[in-house]
Design a protein around this ligand. Structure first.
Ligand code: LLP
Length: 427
């Protein structure tokens, strides 16, 4: 399992990505800057596939976690498939060289044109979340002269015990189909001539920190699958068990990938009650990308109040929205190890955006040595960092760099003002 510092460690007193100093990256590319480690993406991916050895499976990286083309391409080269939720993500996955047969098209609200775009490629399958969507997909698929393989997304009503905004498998959530709807579809398959019900999918939430919600969901899914099979009168081919395994941001103790894959083997492997007869698809995002990136930022100002200091950095909530949106914790470290010494003082580490929610850490003990002009790194920002960045306050989005040992590549240049206004007109 990776933790925030596995691939980002102090080397000769400077926080580094693999073998490269973040100071050097910042002086070359400016700040705020996302820096990723190639190894950090590869290792969890391979840990999953190793843990699932012997089981027919396909790991589809959840593109939404980090859609940079270089990241997708590096994972595709390692053998990953992609899980995507929009036409934009589909184009990215294909542009990055993903084998279309390893692509799963998910999402609760696909438009007809998005469906058509997906249907134009030999994708692995579509995950369908409502009866209306199934009807539309069937019609578009027929119009394209196809019979399209789908998995019905089952809402297993399991509490993943995570932040409410990222919990997706409860009855009250907008996602998936309920048991009765799924059985109704299975009984009436002929109403949907353009599709073949070939699997079930689930995704119960994100940043899940114990195995029990997965275990409950897997059991319910197997039961659901058996019931669907008796209605269909034929076996299902695959089960897509979603993503959601949490990572360590602070002191959480998420299950290791090995424990998670052992649970998958126990439920679906050759020694399980289903005897390995389903192909198992997975859709991990954060597990692969979460601890693969950091956001490097420079201290603009430090101002002292009676009880605390405000450290104003050049990264804002537009660059990394997770703390503002989910009150999520990200470790923040001075890039220069010496700056960790000093006396600790309560600090709010904030961005330049004109909102009080533009705060990365509040009342956090931080060294009094960190001064204006110094660099800090916000850790564990490889997933849902740059992918959720915006241009709010007309701020250009950060550059992204991928480090591989002692070499690096700029994988997205910093946006410019011209990029910001490209599609606007002055009247
Ligand atoms: N599959 C589906 C259908 C999903 O909705 C998601 C995430 C995933 C896979 C990947 O889940 P993961 O393995 O990354 O947990 N922006 C939030 C996370 C939102 C997750 C939404 N769905 C955050 O920054 O925490």
């Amino acid at each position: 399992m990776s933790d925030p510092l596995t691939y980002f460690q102090y080397r000769n007193g400077i926080l580094s990505a693999e073998e490269l100093s973040l100071e050097e990256m910042a002086s070359q590319f400016g700040t705020p800057l996302y820096v990723y480690s190639k190894e950090a993406f590869k290792n969890p991916f391979h840990a999953i596939t190793t843990g699932l050895a012997g089981l027919n499976h396909l790991v589809c990286f959840a593109v939404k976690a980090n859609p940079n083309l270089s990241i997708l391409s590096l994972l595709a080269k390692e053998g990953a498939g992609m899980d995507l939720v929009s036409s934009g993500e589909l184009k990215r996955a294909l542009r990055a060289g993903t084998d279309p047969q390893k692509i799963v098209f998910s999402g609760v609200g696909k438009s007809a044109s998005e469906m058509d775009e997906g249907l134009a490629h030999p994708l692995h399958s579509f995950n369908v979340e409502s009866v209306s969507e199934l009807r539309l997909l069937s019609a578009r698929s027929r119009a394209a002269g196809k019979k399209t393989r789908v998995a019905l997304r089952f809402n297993p009503d399991v509490d993943p015990k995570t932040h409410p905004y990222i919990s997706t498998g409860l009855k009250k959530n907008k996602f998936g189909l309920q048991r009765a709807e799924i059985l109704e579809i299975a009984r009436n398959q002929k109403l949907y001539p353009g599709i073949e019900v070939a699997g079930l999918s689930i995704h119960i939430g994100s940043q899940i920190l114990s195995l029990s919600p997965f275990s409950d969901a897997f059991l319910k899914t197997k039961k659901m699958a058996a019931d669907v099979e008796s209605s269909l009168g034929k076996p299902l081919q695959f089960l897509d068990i979603g993503g959601g395994l949490g990572v360590r941001y602070r002191n959480e103790k998420p299950p290791t990938i090995a424990k998670y894959t052992a649970l998958v083997q126990k439920n679906f492997g050759s020694k399980s009650d289903v005897r390995g007869r389903y192909r198992i698809l997975l859709e991990p995002g954060r597990t692969i990308a979460g601890n693969a990136g950091v956001l490097v930022s420079r201290v603009l100002f430090r101002k002292s109040r009676k009880n605390k200091d405000f450290i104003i950095i050049d990264a804002g909530m537009n660059d990394l929205i997770r703390p503002a949106l989910y009150q999520s914790y990200h470790e923040i470290l001075p890039v220069n190890e010496d700056h960790r010494k000093g006396k600790s003082r309560k600090c709010d580490i904030v961005g330049p955006v004109c909102e009080s929610s533009d705060c990365f850490a509040s009342d956090r003990p931080f060294s009094d040595r960190v001064a204006e002009g110094d660099l800090v790194a916000l850790l564990s920002t490889g997933a849902y960092g740059m992918s959720m960045a915006s241009q709010y306050n007309s701020r250009t989005r950060p550059a992204e760099v991928l480090v591989d040992g002692s070499s690096y590549r700029l994988i997205r240049r910093r946006e410019t003002f011209e990029d910001l206004i490209r599609d606007e007109v002055v009247r």
